[in-house]
Write a protein that binds this ligand. Structure first.
Ligand code: F3S
Length: 411
């Protein structure tokens, strides 16, 4: 791979041990994927932050990079951690896990990483613009950034994202090049029901599974979606990345690069029956039997939090209910009085974290959520049953008493 003088100096150790290691990681990656050169990046988002995923070996790697003088050269933020950094006791996190998670955050802070822990960095000050090369790791955010913003990012792993932060570079391959972004298959969506994030989650699952079945690296060109809000697009991005492994999609009339292309000839219809099947396959329990409710996968916007506050005003939740979001968004909620309304109901903010990356395996039996992605990981990682419902109905489910197995329903 062709390196600039500055990049070669980093590889030779001129920038210190950590920068050298970082450039070695990127050069190896570039070689594997046939990159001809490195590209400068302007924004990084690092995943693998929860101690639950990292463990001691991961923490040791981070400590070595911090001890080796590693310093972020570009704006760098983090994916959710395993706990609310300030309010972890309210979420039932134990002291030992909390201490280890704090050590992870401190290692990143020593490297000059902004320790905002969120999977929606674009809502919390890390917002690239169209055409910008970035190195993000969270799959839903990568899909959103490539598709909705038109920035350019491969789906980085934790080490390669950190390496990009410490060097300000990423190898030029995949989503950074035009060709990998071109649509290859058209999806004709018919009769998408109106509604919030829920139907977009189901749509992401229906299209994602078809992309997987096609094999290779197909890119979807989607027609027939009349409009989509930021919240619907973040839900769709999360679902499409989870079920289809997709890093990009184009949505006619909605995403910026859709207008650069003609719809590909190969066309797959997506009917209401496909969406019904997608949503029903995520339900293997009932809301009345569930003992855990969560909204915020991906992390909630301030508008979504405002809606929760409106629905919970003057009411009391009867189940454990986590509201997951980024700390800067929570601070707006504090300022607007939404936090006070929500917390008065007994629901809990779970800031910096989420119902998937927190160490809660075995604590609950069934999760109610509006997120197709959260359903997938709640089942596969935490072995929870899942109930997939529209946003408002998730809030209503939190207000219902839990019906234990065998107990008669009051209805
Ligand atoms: Fe974010 Fe956790 Fe969902 S990281 S996308 S809230 S699984």
């Amino acid at each position: 791979m062709k390196l600039t003088v500055e990049e070669q100096a980093m590889l030779d150790g001129g920038g210190g041990q950590a920068t050298k290691k970082a450039m070695q990681i990127l050069a190896a990656l570039g070689k594997i994927y046939g990159a001809e050169c490195m590209l400068p990046v302007t924004s990084v988002q690092i995943a693998g932050v929860s101690y639950d995923n990292l463990s001691e070996a991961g923490l040791q790697f981070l400590s070595e990079m911090a001890d080796g003088g590693g310093r972020a050269r570009v704006l760098t933020t983090l994916n959710p951690a395993g706990m609310d950094i300030e309010n972890w006791t309210a979420l039932g996190i134990d002291q030992e896990f909390a201490s280890n998670q704090q050590r992870v955050i401190e290692a990143f802070a020593r490297m000059g990483v902004i320790t905002t822990c969120t999977c929606t960095p674009y809502l919390a000050g890390n917002l690239p613009h169209y055409g910008e090369h970035i190195a993000w790791a969270e799959s839903s955010a990568v899909c959103f950034a490539n598709s909705v913003i038109g920035a350019r990012s491969n789906r980085e792993g934790g080490p390669s994202a950190l390496a990009a932060a410490l060097t300000g570079r990423t190898p030029a391959y995949g989503m950074h090049l035009d060709q990998a972004r071109w649509p290859t298959v058209t999806f004709d969506v018919r009769n998408l029901p109106e509604g919030g994030t829920y139907w977009f989650g189901a749509l992401g699952k229906a299209i994602g599974e078809r992309l997987q079945a096609l094999g290779g690296k197909p890119v979807a060109y989607i027609r027939g979606v009349p409009e989509a809000s930021l919240e619907q697009l973040k839900s769709f991005s999360a679902s499409l990345a989870t079920f289809g492994g997709a890093a990009i999609f184009h949505m006619e009339g909605i995403t910026p690069e859709a207008g650069l292309h003609q719809p590909p000839h190969e066309t797959i219809p997506i009917q209401l029956a496909d969406l019904d099947l997608a949503q029903s396959s995520l339900n293997d329990s009932t809301a009345s039997q569930a003992d855990f409710v969560s909204l915020g996968c991906p992390h909630l916007s301030i508008q979504e939090i405002a809606r929760i506050a409106e629905l919970l005003d003057g009411k009391h939740v009867k189940k454990e209910f986590w509201i997951t979001t980024a700390r800067p968004t929570k601070q707006i909620a504090d300022q607007m009085g939404y936090t006070a309304l929500i917390e008065a109901s007994g629901a809990k903010f779970a800031v910096d974290t989420c119902c998937v990356v927190a160490p809660i395996k075995g604590r609950f039996q069934a999760l109610v959520t509006d997120s197709a992605k959260a359903c997938y990981y709640a089942a596969s990682k935490n072995r929870f049953k899942t109930v997939f419902l529209p946003f408002d109905q998730v809030v209503f489910a939190a207000l219902e008493k839990r019906i234990d197995a065998g107990e008669e329903s009051p209805n």
